[in-house]
Design a protein around this ligand. Structure first.
Ligand SMILES: [Zn+2]
Length: 544
């Protein structure tokens, strides 16, 4: 026992680290392993032991002179994985130790000078055989003795170890075990681990797909990620787990990924959804070091859609159909460009009648945080502020959170979109021919795809750009963390110019016989009649 586990305990140099937040930034710190071999979120920060429940554990070791790291997201797995990793590194150690023994009389394996954290020698294995880990113990022991056997064989029949910068004929094996703290990397030999062992160990280190999925989902549980994001990841990963033919993550290949994509198509997912869902699966695989399985050309291709925007006549018809309070609500969407959640959580304190703007601010009591953690301010037209004032004077009922558009019992209203679709259906504004994914026809219910909340935001953004607001300003108003998201709206703005160009071209002139023969310009009358109605936002020219 002492030999096997003594070896495992002292000779393996696999560090257990944890990435924790120290003074606002993430730092890798050595983890403190409890005397019972468990981890309890304790780490050493500048020599002091601190408890950090946040962050992810990492294993760190050296292989062929290179520092290797692997994240382990499940705390309960860390020590076990470290042991298995150590086992994988073991054969070389074992050989080194034997070579050393041949030249020295030392019977006990010596601890090499190393800054790395020794793995704990757990009492479980030797003193409490009835402990559940006894089974693990047996497994370890079996692997250990196998490795020792292989190692012994390897030493008995001197090998042709490939070396770097050295003739293999006069191979000077270092008298000391190769240090893995990086100071003597020049002596590190490139020695591929014997294939058989590698296979054997791999089999024991594998993670089942089901386990990988559950542990990933645990990591992203709200509030870590938005509820909606979490749920969509969950459904995707469960689907992958249930359809994947491989039991272990490490066995998954490109074919398995493509089979998943085919399955997604077979259940009616479009290319864009398939693309997004595959991305989620690839993220999971990446956590297990499985990268590069699927190349760009394997990924589902989808057409990036032009953002739809409401035309002036749509809005006129909608506002005509709305009741007074409903009208204020959707005007607010249109004139602030806010996201659904942001409008839901807008309080009266966010409306600044003096500075003429609406703000998006955190509401701790309601668990609302602005996306990308940025509060912001959007200038609004005075006309909207007047309408809001009037609407406020009509507001009744309990409103503990001082919300602008609360439900009847004073909570954030999650049904703005549903209510919009109800209004358009009741007033005959549905297009009459579209169908939802669940086969609901818009001709017979509140399902029309033409009406949705985010379209107000698209309309707001496009109109602001068309009216000359700078892209940076619009980015600020929309609360986009990156300019790229805002630039997607430019596509539509540019498209309008292109249409005008196309309409006025000489080629278009062939359509009507009366068109000028050699003139590239169309008649002013015609250009005016074909001009689409434009939305004018009173505030759109204002710059922040
Ligand atoms: Zn429709």
């Amino acid at each position: 026992m002492s030999s096997a586990y003594g070896l495992l305990g002292f000779k393996k140099r696999v560090n257990i680290l944890k990435k924790v937040k120290v003074d606002g930034s993430w730092k890798l710190c050595p983890a403190v392993v409890e005397p019972n071999g468990k981890l309890q979120d304790k780490v050493k920060v500048s020599g002091r032991t601190e408890t950090h429940p946040e962050g992810v554990y990492y294993l760190e070791w050296r292989e062929n002179g290179k520092r290797m790291r692997e994240s382990v997201r499940n705390r309960g797995e860390v020590v076990k994985r470290a042991r298995l990793r150590a086992l994988q590194l073991d054969p070389e150690e074992e050989k080194d130790s034997r070579r050393k023994t041949a030249t020295s009389t030392a019977d006990q394996p010596q601890v090499v000078d190393t800054p790395m954290l020794p793995l704990p020698v757990t009492a479980d294995f030797s003193t409490t055989p009835a402990h559940p880990t006894a089974v693990a113990h047996l497994v370890f022991q079996a692997i250990e003795s196998y490795i020792q056997h292989v190692a012994r064989t390897a030493v008995a029949a001197p090998t042709k170890l490939p070396t770097i910068g050295e003739d293999s004929n006069h191979q000077q094996l270092p008298a000391e075990p190769v240090r893995i703290d990086g100071h003597s990397s020049q002596t590190a030999r490139m020695q591929p681990p014997p294939q058989r062992e590698a296979k054997n160990e791999l089999a024991t280190r594998k993670t089942t797909v089901a386990h990988a999925v559950e542990s990933y989902l645990r990591d992203i549980e709200p509030p870590q990620r938005e509820e909606k994001t979490y749920k969509s990841y969950r459904s995707t990963l469960h689907l992958f787990r249930d359809t994947c033919k491989k039991r272990h993550v490490e066995d998954i290949t490109r074919d398995d990924c493509l089979a998943f994509v085919r399955h997604l198509y077979s259940i009616g997912n479009g290319p864009r959804t398939a693309h997004n869902r595959l991305t989620v699966v690839l993220q999971l695989l990446k956590l297990h070091g499985m990268t590069g399985l699927v190349k760009g050309r394997d990924k589902p291709k989808y057409v990036g859609k032009v953002r739809e925007m409401y035309q002036a006549e749509d809005l006129e018809a909608l506002f005509k159909a709305c009741g007074p309070d409903e009208k204020v609500r959707y005007l607010f969407f249109l004139l602030t460009g806010e996201r659904d959640k942001e409008v839901q959580h807008t309080a009266w304190s966010d409306i600044d009648f003096e500075r003429q703007c609406a703000r998006v601010t955190e509401k701790k009591a309601l668990g609302f945080k602005p996306k990308d953690k940025e509060e912001r301010e959007i200038p609004v037209p005075i006309a909207l502020l007047d309408t809001l004032k009037e609407y406020r004077s009509r507001q009744t009922g309990s409103n503990p959170h001082n919300l602008v558009f609360p439900t009847s019992n004073g909570r954030p209203d999650k049904k703005f979109e549903n209510k919009l679709k109800q209004i358009t259906y009741r007033n005959g504004l549905n297009c009459g021919y579209c169908k939802t994914r669940h086969k609901h026809e818009c001709s017979s219910g509140p399902y029309c795809a033409k009406w949705f909340l985010h379209k107000f935001r698209h309309t707001f953004a496009t109109a602001a750009l068309e009216n000359g607001a700078s892209i940076r300003t619009v980015q600020e108003w929309l609360g986009h963390s990156d300019l790229e998201s805002t630039m997607a709206y430019l596509k539509y703005v540019r498209r309008k110019d292109i249409h005008r160009l196309v309409d006025g071209s000489q080629l278009a002139g062939f359509i009507t016989p009366s068109a000028p023969k050699s003139n590239t310009k169309c008649s002013p009358k015609r250009a005016a009649s074909e001009k689409r109605p434009r939305l004018l936002m009173p505030h759109a020219d204002a710059r922040l």
